[in-house]
Design a protein around this ligand. Structure first.
Ligand code: UDX
Length: 492
């Protein structure tokens, strides 16, 4: 993920002369990755054609209407559609006919054993290959979906050659080109990637990909397809390990009466380490880290390679929701019969995505201890409820209580647990927290202002901070803002 760059207020001008010069881009799969990729190429001046197997999604994107919530995406999509830089094909043959580089951006979910399920990649490449059999001119298939090392040169090549009847060579190219997009900053990450990693075994595809990315302000790294695929997994495994490391330190900070943000900030000042992805919290969620770690472990295991560090990153992450429930117990004692407000269901703020959100295991831990749990999220309550597994779904309205407003969720609850650092929670005034029946708030993200809780006469407890001294009014730390705590006094 690149630092949040500001989103353009206008489409950047085409940098290589008129739109349409250079390779034409086709995008298969109009989910997070496909839409962001298409919009970014279009915004940088390339002609883009998108395609998705779902007709409703094709129609929606063709209207310039984003099927996913992501800051800035709606506006930019509308602009590139209006400018006819991004169009949508109604079938694969049309997509292939109008594109030179065919980016495969379909999902690669987890199989039940944790390995990567390549079914959609296989289907998408198979569909493209059948059209490529008869398509005139040079074309290349570019795998942007996250696939385990060896997939492009193995399964993808095999399907492509078999179904198209063409060899990889003068008329057909093949490449891996992983993305590093993070939700919440999808558009900025797509427009300004920290690096463009191109994995090609033939020169022409490498040249064409470089030409397609010419308008992007990003360094290009050329590797083999398998090395490019590995860069994606290594990046995610390393980022996830940093978060788990911060969470491990958070537990030690709680036990030693220290503040994890102050400690990790000073750690991150070492230029060899850098400050990012050292924020302790409820553990990492989202569609990538857990899935990719599991897939990496399975792929390495299949080759007889052990990855104990990556395995530990997952183990620490799986333990963190239990730790959150234990912190709740420290505040409330036995949770049986207590009512806890779980605030924030998205896996992080600024996204409506609930995939692998830590809210699921935290909810389970609280229920297992006998609590009734009120659920609130400014954006993703419905998505969260819909995706609850059947045994939990059956408990909605009994032990699981969906709440439409923050006030409804908090008023009369025994404890509020912040899972996502939504602005609505950070900005909530003392009146909201005063309406709690119980002692206060457990902030897994340390995003609230302790002084707000103090003003409400409530206790502020957090992951990675010493347990609060009750009552809050006597807590000397309570007046410090999260900003103060994140920025310890630094003198030069
Ligand atoms: C991630 C990678 O950043 C991206 O490069 C990759 O392509 C896909 O996976 P994403 O899952 O969208 O992106 O979000 P990210 O911002 O990386 O956060 C992942 C999870 O880690 C979230 O639950 C977030 O809250 C958590 N996190 C992140 C922390 O707990 N602490 C941190 O310091 C950073």
């Amino acid at each position: 993920m690149t630092p949040r760059a500001s989103l353009p207020s206008r489409i950047p001008p085409a940098r290589r002369g008129p739109v349409g010069r250079g390779p034409r881009v086709g995008v298969v799969g109009l989910g997070y990755v496909g839409i962001a990729t298409g919009v970014a190429f279009a915004a940088h001046g390339t002609r883009v054609v998108g395609y998705d197997v779902q007709g409703a999604r094709r129609d929606q994107v063709a209207r310039g209407d984003s099927p996913i919530y992501e800051p800035g995406l709606d506006r930019l999509l509308r602009r590139v559609v209006r400018a006819k830089r991004l169009t949508v094909a109604s079938h694969v043959a049309e997509l292939v006919g109008e594109s030179d580089l065919l980016f495969v951006c379909v999902p690669t979910p987890s199989a039940p054993d944790g390995s990567v399920d390549l079914r959609f990649v296989e289907e998408a490449v198979g569909d493209l290959a059948l059209v490529l059999r008869k398509a005139p001119g040079w074309k290349a298939v570019v795998v942007k979906s996250t696939v385990v090392p060896g997939t492009t040169e193995g399964l993808v090549r095999e399907v492509l050659v078999r179904e198209s009847g063409r060899e990889i060579g003068p008329r057909l190219g093949l490449a891996a080109n992983p993305e590093f997009l993070a939700e919440g900053s999808l558009v900025a990450d797509a427009l300004h990637p920290s690096r463009v990693v191109i994995g090609c075994s033939d020169r022409r595809t490498a040249r064409m990909l470089r030409a397609a990315y010419r308008g992007f302000p990003s360094p290009v790294v050329e590797l083999s397809p398998t090395a490019a695929e590995l860069v994606k997994y290594a990046s995610n495994a390393f980022l996830a390990s940093r978060i788990s490391f911060a969470n491990e330190m958070a537990a030690l900070c709680e036990a030693t009466g220290t503040d994890v943000d102050a400690v990790m900030q000073a750690v991150g000042m070492d230029p060899r380490l850098g400050p990012r992805f050292l924020r302790a919290g409820p553990g990492f969620g989202g569609s990538c880290f857990t899935k990719d770690l599991r897939a990496l472990l399975a792929a390495a295991g299949a080759r007889g390679v052990e990855l104990p560090l990556s395995e530990a990153a997952l183990t620490v992450n799986e333990r963190q929701p239990r730790h959150v429930a234990e912190l709740a117990e420290r505040l409330l004692g036995d949770l049986a019969g207590k009512e806890v407000a779980l605030l924030g269901l998205s896996f992080k703020a600024d996204t409506g995505d609930v995939r692998e959100s830590r809210a699921y295991p935290i909810l389970e831990e609280l229920l297992r201890r006998g609590a009734r749990v009120r659920l609130h999220d400014p954006r993703s309550l419905d998505a969260f409820l819909e995706s609850l597994p059947p045994p939990l779904h059956g408990r909605i309205s009994r032990e699981i209580l969906p709440m439409r407003t923050l006030r409804e969720a908090v008023e009369g609850a025994d404890l509020a647990v912040i899972q996502t650092d939504w602005k609505e929670y950070v900005r909530a005034g003392p009146a909201i927290w005063r309406s709690l029946r119980g002692p206060g708030v457990l902030d897994t993200r340390r995003c609230l202002y302790p002084r707000t809780l103090r003003a409400a006469g409530k206790v502020y407890a957090a992951v990675g901070r010493p347990p609060p001294a009750l009552p809050a009014a006597e807590d000397p730390e309570a007046g410090r803002s999260p900003g103060d705590l994140r920025k310890p006094a630094i003198s030069r």
